[in-house]
Design a protein around this ligand. Structure first.
Ligand code: ATP
Ligand code: MG
Length: 586
């Protein structure tokens, strides 16, 4: 993942480039120009009425001028409506085009897993709201302020001066208001994220929280975090509101000053009465958006932060090269000098893992707790990228496969089975839109889960609850197994598939594995129990992240370092000899 400071400039450009309807912005600008020109109609009307109609006493001129002004105002209202409609449509497009990119990066960016990234999507939504807000409109009107000030100078230098001073004072206040709230806003958004992560955990595990007697503790924890998130917000708002109130006062004072100055100029016969009215309208027009801009500061800062976060979130997906779809693999897997470490671990979790397996082989991975077995499987499943070395499926490194295509060929049963909620059938087929019922049933049969599933209240349509929490551990494991077998898997990775199984289940598992093998799948199985060693073609022994041995079961089990109880029968096929001949322990 990119840290904020190193987001490539191209990210912002290509992100914006992706959004269709950017051309609508040309229209938005055109409407803004017309709108602001039409706004000049009111002061112009005032000048004409006071200085021409009143002195000449011509009713026709008054009627004519009024009709022109009315038409201009209708047009300006229409342009305003059109502009805000365009903006809100653009905002919706913005969300619709960015949300999938951000969601994809939440899914595929392996380096970033573990953080709660749902916030990234919330930021996209926040930006959408911002884009269609009144803040944007006042930002769009801002460039016309100099033109208004110029006209005021033209009416009389004093008016221009008042507007100029007012703008400068209000701008300074705006900058100050941004500056004093900056760190608080950043703090608040960080604290809010932390609160959300904690809240998610509490809600997800609410039953556990209650059963462990943590209810009050959880509430206290949440309230503490919430306070931490709120207090900077309160502090920032207080300051920003104080400045806002001061700005309002400055503006009204200046408007009063403009009228006073105008009256003085009229008395001195420097200007006509019409320009007094016109200038006070124009000064109000100039200073009002300023005030809007000051209160928009907060929204602008938040939007800026959100935009940065969205860029950070989208960067990995944008930076990812397009993958060519490769032919269906045969299932040959090669692990080449693989090592793995994370920023938090002082020493590598895995180092120097090196073995390979021909199609339809069964490798059993053994080793004591914490040896790195699950980590190896996660790397082989492509959940994480190894920090050193390469894992290849049919000669192509895993990261050269298109992730969705690779997913079709690799089945993975994690040590802690996580089932996506929904029905049993959905838990087995995942988000595969082309999943056929017969394939789901076939996978369940292979995993010996079919009868168990039929005994559930609604069979394959039984709702399994969030994370499958309405199922027993063994049921979850069998459904997880069916999911790993589902479809045309060429590489099946099972992390302690027999951990929750009774002896019958374990026996069934062995035959399921052999049937998957007969179908041409390569299997890599982590286990602590000896039963599965009887069907292994090769055994990989890990300890402390190192590969102690790789060879035929007989060979590896003979080694004094091997920790598991030796099974009674060790099958010795030609295949295991071939495997063992290839690589040996280091
Ligand atoms: N994401 C991670 N971040 C930091 N350390 C990790 C991470 N995942 C695993 N580890 C560490 O790597 C080591 C190996 O973990 P792993 O889960 O691979 O062990 P294992 O062999 O599967 O153990 P077990 O038999 O208990 O399941 C452990 O010391 C663990 O603390
Ligand atoms: Mg493990």
């Amino acid at each position: 993942m990119y840290s904020r400071r190193e987001i490539p400039a191209s990210v912002a450009r290509s992100l914006l480039g992706l959004i269709p309807g950017r051309s609508a912005f040309v229209w938005v600008v055109a409407f803004s120009v017309s709108l602001n020109i039409l706004l000049l109609v009111v002061p112009f009307y005032a000048i004409e009425v006071f200085d021409r109609v009143i002195s000449s006493g011509s009713v026709e001129t008054l009627v004519g001028l009024t009709i022109i002004a009315a038409i201009a105002l209708v047009f300006s209202a229409a342009f305003d409506t059109l502009r805000s409609r365009l903006l809100s449509r653009f905002a919706v497009r913005f969300e619709r085009y960015l949300a999938p990119i951000v969601l994809e990066s939440m899914i595929v960016d392996a380096t970033n897993r573990g953080d709660s990234r749902a916030q990234d999507l919330a930021k996209v939504r926040e930006l959408r709201t911002f884009l269609s807000s009144a803040t944007i409109a006042s930002l769009l009107d801002a460039p016309f302020l100099p033109a208004f000030i110029f006209i005021l100078f033209f009416l009389h230098p004093w008016y221009g001066l008042i507007a100029l001073v007012g703008t400068a004072v209000l701008l300074t206040m705006g900058i100050v208001s941004r500056w004093i709230a900056r760190s608080e806003i950043a703090q608040a958004s960080q604290a809010a994220q932390k609160t959300q992560i904690t809240l998610d955990g509490i809600v997800r595990h609410s039953a556990l929280v209650r059963a462990m007697g943590w209810t009050r503790g959880a509430i206290r924890e949440f309230m503490d975090l919430n306070d931490q998130a709120l207090s900077p917000v309160v502090r920032a708002s207080e300051r920003v509101y104080a400045i806002g109130a001061a700005a309002r006062m400055v503006r009204t004072t200046l408007q009063v000053a403009a009228i006073g100055a105008g009256a003085w100029l009229v008395l001195q016969s420097e200007v006509l009465a019409g320009s007094l009215i016109a200038s006070s309208i124009l000064i109000a027009r100039t200073l009002q958006p300023m005030e809007g801009l000051i209160s928009a500061r907060r929204a602008l800062t938040a939007a800026h932060e959100a935009w940065k976060q969205v860029q950070t979130a989208a960067a990995p997906v944008l930076a990812r090269e397009k993958r060519t779809l490769l032919p269906s693999p045969s299932g040959r897997i090669a692990v080449e000098r693989v090592s793995h470490r994370t920023p938090t671990t002082p020493r590598p979790i895995l180092a120097g893992i090196d073995f390979e397996c021909p199609p339809s082989g069964i490798i059993v991975v053994i080793g004591p707790t914490g040896a790195g077995k699950s980590t190896l499987l996660r790397l082989m499943a492509g959940l994480e990228r190894p920090s050193g070395g390469t894992i290849r499926l049919d000669d192509a490194a895993l990261n050269n496969w298109d992730p969705d295509q690779l997913g079709q060929f690799v089945g993975y049963l994690p040590q802690e089975v996580q089932l996506l909620g929904g029905t049993v059938a959905e838990a087995i087929a995942g988000f595969d839109e082309h999943a056929r019922d017969e394939d789901i049933v076939a996978a369940a049969m292979l995993a010996q889960a079919h009868e168990m599933i039929l005994s559930l209240p609604a069979g394959y349509q039984t709702e399994i609850g969030r994370d499958g929490n309405r199922l027993s551990g063994g049921q979850r494991q069998r459904i997880g197994l069916a999911r790993a077998f589902f479809g045309d898997r060429k590489l099946i990775l099972l992390d302690e598939p027999n951990a929750n199984l009774d002896p019958d289940g374990e026996h069934a598992l062995c035959s399921a594995i052999q049937r998957a093998k007969a179908r041409g799948a390569t299997l890599v199985i982590v286990t602590h129990r000896p039963q599965l060693l009887t069907i292994a073609d090769a055994v990989l022994l890990l300890r402390d992240g190192a590969q102690l041995a790789f060879g035929s079961p007989a060979e590896v089990l003979r080694l004094p370092v091997t920790p598991v109880a030796k099974p009674h029968v060790v099958r010795q096929g030609t295949e295991s000899q071939r495997l063992a001949a290839g690589r040996t322990a280091r």
